[in-house]
Design a protein around this ligand. Sequence first.
Ligand SMILES: Cc1cc2nc3c(=O)[nH]c(=O)nc-3n(C[C@H](O)[C@H](O)[C@H](O)COP(=O)(O)OP(=O)(O)OC[C@H]3O[C@@H](n4cnc5c(N)ncnc54)[C@H](O)[C@@H]3O)c2cc1C
Length: 396
Amino acid sequence: MIIDLTNEQKEIRKAAREFDPLKAIELDERHEFPRDLYKKAAELGFIGLDYPEKYGGGGAGVLENTLTIEAFCQADSGIGMAIHLAYLPAKIVRQFGNDSQKKRILPKVASGDYVSAVSFTEAGHGSDLTKVDTVAVDKGDRFIVNGTKIFTTNASYADFFVVLVQTDLEARPARGMATLLIENEGKFSKNGTMEITEMPGKMGLKMASSGEISFRDYEVPKENLLGKDGRGLINLLEFLDESRIEIAAQSLGTAEGAFLKALSHAREREQFGKPIIEFQGIGHKIARMFGDLMSAKAILYYAARMCDIGSKQHKTLIPMFTAIVKYLVPEHAKEIIDQTINVFGGYGYFLEQEVERRYRDNRICEIYEGTVEVQLNTIVRTLNTVNINFLKEMLV
Ligand SMILES: Cc1cc2nc3c(=O)[nH]c(=O)nc-3n(C[C@H](O)[C@H](O)[C@H](O)COP(=O)(O)OP(=O)(O)OC[C@H]3O[C@@H](n4cnc5c(N)ncnc54)[C@H](O)[C@@H]3O)c2cc1C
């Protein structure tokens, strides 16, 4: 054990590991969201672990979510990631929603009835979200939204979307934005249109849909403003501090599943009269993979715990540590899964072993919720400004 987990945290992880994903390849081939498993995960209490109990949650934190996501993705990357991505965006409602918004939304997510989505990316604004072209004009009791979002995960079946909009067109970069809670068309549409178009042809993550969403004069009641107007990007960045840790947990679990397969195969597969693990070329690969896995696990749990403690001192460092895990864990995972393919030889190249699928699924963890390069920018920005004595203290 890398860190001392409480008995409750150990129970959560054990239960999540025993959550048996079925028919993963079939679902992957059909590009089908594992709705029944999402519901089952909710029944077992895994969804909304970080929500207060009064909103149907588990009253726990980022570390408990991390343990669950890791265990799900260890069992199956596609199913684990699809389930996690269906409830992840609802975290913004937990963080910035008022009591009535939380009451309306969170219990339905925690029960597995609602799937959530978050839409910040646009064709012209990916890494650079200091301004967005989706505009919400204040009309007193409502906003009128116009613009197009792309790459929204779960777009075609989400029950609600958290959408980043520009409310003040004259504002300085990174200002004048808001996060709006937009429930799915049909459920509450008043005036205007909200059109969702599926974006096909993804490399992996096939059990989750990706879509483009176009709003035309779409009316959103003022009561659906999440947090304060003008603080949209700040809300998003605070959400990313937690969500990036959870995305890294997807990678860690996905790599762990691959490693376990590589180890079993290397011990069982014989060539030249002995198990291939006894050839130094393979044995050293396995050793390095395990070392990389353990270091990724240690930094991930460390960052998750830092996020949960959230003291004044930690608050300065949280964005840097979430950035560290968000680039480091997926990169380690990519290498571990790639080496797993080598250990399997030709068999690793075929879908049946579910190794190449793990490679494809993991690849997105280096891109969404901020690319590797964007994470490195955050780290260097902090290192360039942080008090060196403070850092020295931390390193001791
Ligand atoms: C499968 C999938 C699911 C997604 N899900 C969602 C979702 O649910 N909601 C949502 O809003 N978005 C989602 N995204 C969008 C995702 O967050 C963006 O793709 C990502 O932030 C990068 O933006 P971009 O694709 O426009 O690339 P760009 O920003 O154009 O970047 C292109 C390249 O330039 C580099 N680059 C850019 N700026 C800098 C810089 N300052 N310094 C160094 N390098 C830089 C990038 O690192 C990258 O390598 C998803 C994307 C995919 C592929």
